[in-house]
Structures are given as structure tokens and as C-alpha cells.
Design a protein around this ligand. Structure first.
Ligand SMILES: Cc1cc2nc3c(=O)[nH]c(=O)nc-3n(C[C@H](O)[C@H](O)[C@H](O)COP(=O)(O)O)c2cc1C
Length: 327
């Protein structure tokens, strides 16, 4: 008998497929649809830091009076509360409708007053919070160490406000992934979601306008996630979740083989529909029966860097071999 249950940041998931933050989880009804389709957990569509701040600014701009500091503080708080209303309602309603972990999501760039919003998220019953930290360095003299410290301060500031587990969804562009991963753990992350997929920018040569292209990932984009989950598995003391380019059962199996506690999927659900969840789980079950595995722990991390019989596969030696072999 195959058991697909997995523990992720102290949460019990009936299976390792989490619906990633996207418009499919933008409402309690959407969350219910994901639950009915067999998801192990859901990450709600992100509330953007700018959404919180925009409401605050709109209020301030609408007034002709100059605010004193206390009034400004008060208005900022109202701004937070107004957003809390909408977002918190989705969390509350989702928790009423489904019996699986509901993970809230905040998309952030600054370490500002908005971090207090996390308190409200915990108060209405979210099981965990995922932070999508998307800092885009643009200054030519910006110190990389300072950027990393900024990211870490967001994590510790949010964590300071709440007791529920915090997952951090990181992008793939760091000079030292092991260092930032370990530091994120130390700052309070219970899990790392690797990797965020930033929106794909493009330009139109006919209209000379900016465009966003390739909204959905392809299976070819999974390799970087595979590498880093493998390299970090059991090295930094927190759960690892695969994200980006996981489109089928084979990809799901590979992620667990390199050490993932679970995967977050999104593009494949937009392309194939929510039925894709059970389709992928069926493939996982068939493969486990074929291999004689009863639980995910029977094979989790078997192909990680730590446990691999060919650890160099993820490192330079193999890279040289591959490149030399091309000609
Ligand atoms: C339509 C759409 C909306 C998304 N919205 C969010 C969001 O609000 N917050 C977030 O962290 N990621 C968001 N994402 C990114 C996904 O959660 C996921 O990280 C990314 O698509 C990579 O996973 P995939 O390859 O399975 O699609 C969105 C993706 C799509 C396609």
C-alpha cells in the first residue's frame, strides 16, 4: 500500500503537490477547486506589498491637510487594515471550505511597516506564510552583501511578528546560493521554495512597446531547481520545495529523489487543467509500486548530492565532460 503523505514545515500534507501562488488560488472558491482536484496544500495568490502601500498612499493623497506623525501612523494602519479585510477574508473562507494547509503569500521588496500585516494573516488561521522576496538590484554601486542583508532582514522582521512557519520563495540569481540559503534559514525561514520564476520581459519590435512573454514555464526550466535541491538537501536544516518547470509525474518523482519535501506547480495546471494533479499523482503511485517503495521517505534524497553515487554530476567535472562532449 502506497502512502503519499509528506510533512512540510511541520504541516501534514496528504500528498506532495502544492498549488503554487497564482490566480487559481485567488479566491476561496479557487482554493476549494484545487482541494477537490486532490492538491496536498495551496499557496494563495500573493498580496503585493505595493497593494498595501497603495491604499495607504491613496488615503494620504486624498486629504488636503498635512498629517502629523501620529496621524500618518494611524492612516498607515488603516491602510493595512483595509487590505487585511480583503485578503484575510479569503484566508478565513478558504479555511472554512477545505481541510488542507492554506499558505498565505506576500510579495515584497522592502522591509517596511507592511511586515506587521503578517500578524493579521496568522490571526485568521493561515497555516503558514510564504514570502516571495523579489529584490531587483538596479544601482551600479549597490553592495551585494547589503542586498542579501536586506532580504534577510525582511525574513527576520516578518518571523518576529508571527509564530506560524515562514517559507521563503527565492529567485535563482545569487552569487552564492548555499550562503543565502543557510542565512535565510538562520533568519527564520522554515522552508525554501526553489525557485521563483520572474515574469519574462520582452519588447515588441513593431509597436516598440514592452511586453510580458512566456507567462507559463516549460519542462526544460526545471534543471536549475533539481541541481540546487540536490546540493542543499540536508545541508541547511530546512525543508526544500521544488518550483518552476514541474509539469508531470516524472518531474515530481525527480524532485523527491533529489530531496524535495513537496513541489509547487502552476503552469502545468493552466495548460492541462486541475485534473493534472491526480494525473501526476497516479504516475507517482505507479512508479513507487514498480520500484517497491511504500512511502516518499523510502526514496527521498536518494539522488541528492549527499547520497548520490555520482556527486560530481551536479558539479564542475560533469559540466566539463558535457561541454567537451558536444563536439
Ligand atoms: C498567472 C500566474 C500568476 C502568478 N502569480 C503569482 C503570485 O501572485 N505570487 C507568486 O509568488 N508567484 C506567482 N506566480 C508564479 C508561480 O507561483 C510559480 O512560482 C511559477 O509560475 C513557476 O512555477 P511553474 O513552473 O509551475 O509555473 C504566478 C504565475 C502565473 C503563471
Amino acid at each position: 500500500m502506497v502512502n503519499l503523505a509528506t510533512r512540510y514545515m511541520g504541516l501534514n500534507l496528504k500528498n506532495p503537490i502544492i498549488v503554487s501562488s497564482c490566480s487559481l488560488t485567488h479566491s476561496a472558491e479557487g482554493v476549494k477547486r484545487c482541494a477537490d482536484a486532490g492538491a496536498g496544500a495551496v499557496v494563495l495568490k500573493s498580496l503585493f506589498e505595493e497593494q498595501i502601500n497603495a491604499d495607504v498612499k491613496a488615503l494620504a493623497d486624498s486629504s488636503v491637510t498635512q498629517f502629523h506623525t501620529e496621524e500618518w501612523d494611524y492612516i498607515q494602519r488603516i491602510g493595512l487594515d483595509m487590505n487585511a479585510d480583503e485578503y484575510l477574508k479569503i484566508i478565513e473562507e478558504s479555511k472554512e471550505k477545505v481541510d488542507l494547509p492554506v499558505i498565505a503569500s506576500l510579495n515584497c521588496v522592502s522591509n517596511d511597516k507592511w511586515t506587521e500585516f503578517a500578524k493579521y494573516i496568522e490571526a485568521v488561521g493561515a497555516d503558514a506564510l510564504e514570502l516571495n522576496i523579489a529584490v531587483m538590484p538596479r544601482q551600479f554601486d549597490e553592495d551585494p552583501d547589503k542586498i542579501e542583508k536586506h532580504i534577510l532582514s525582511i525574513i527576520s522582521n516578518v518571523k518576529h511578528n508571527i509564530n506560524i512557519p515562514v517559507a521563503v520563495k527565492l529567485g535563482p540569481y545569487f552569487t552564492s546560493m548555499p550562503r543565502i540559503a543557510k542565512a535565510a534559514r538562520k533568519a527564520g525561514a522554515s522552508a525554501l521554495v526553489l525557485f521563483n520564476r520572474f515574469y519574462q520581459t520582452d519588447i515588441n519590435i513593431n509597436t516598440l512597446e514592452h511586453e510580458s512573454k512566456n507567462k507559463y514555464s516549460t519542462p526544460a526550466e526545471m534543471s536549475n531547481t533539481l541541481r540546487w535541491i540536490s546540493l542543499l538537501y540536508q545541508q541547511i536544516g530546512c525543508s526544500l520545495v521544488g518550483n518552476t518547470g514541474i509539469h508531470n509525474g516524472e518531474a515530481l518523482i525527480k524532485q523527491i529523489l533529489v530531496g524535495a519535501r513537496a513541489v509547487e506547480i502552476c503552469s502545468t495546471l493552466y495548460i492541462h487543467g486541475l485534473g493534472r494533479i491526480n494525473f501526476m499523482l497516479d504516475d507517482l503511485v505507479k512508479w513507487m509500486i514498480d520500484k517497491g517503495y511504500e512511502t516518499l521517505d523510502d526514496f527521498r534524497g536518494k539522488m541528492s548530492f549527499k547520497n548520490s553515487k555520482q556527486p560530481d554530476y551536479f558539479e564542475r567535472q560533469q559540466y566539463i565532460r558535457a561541454i567537451v562532449g558536444i563536439d
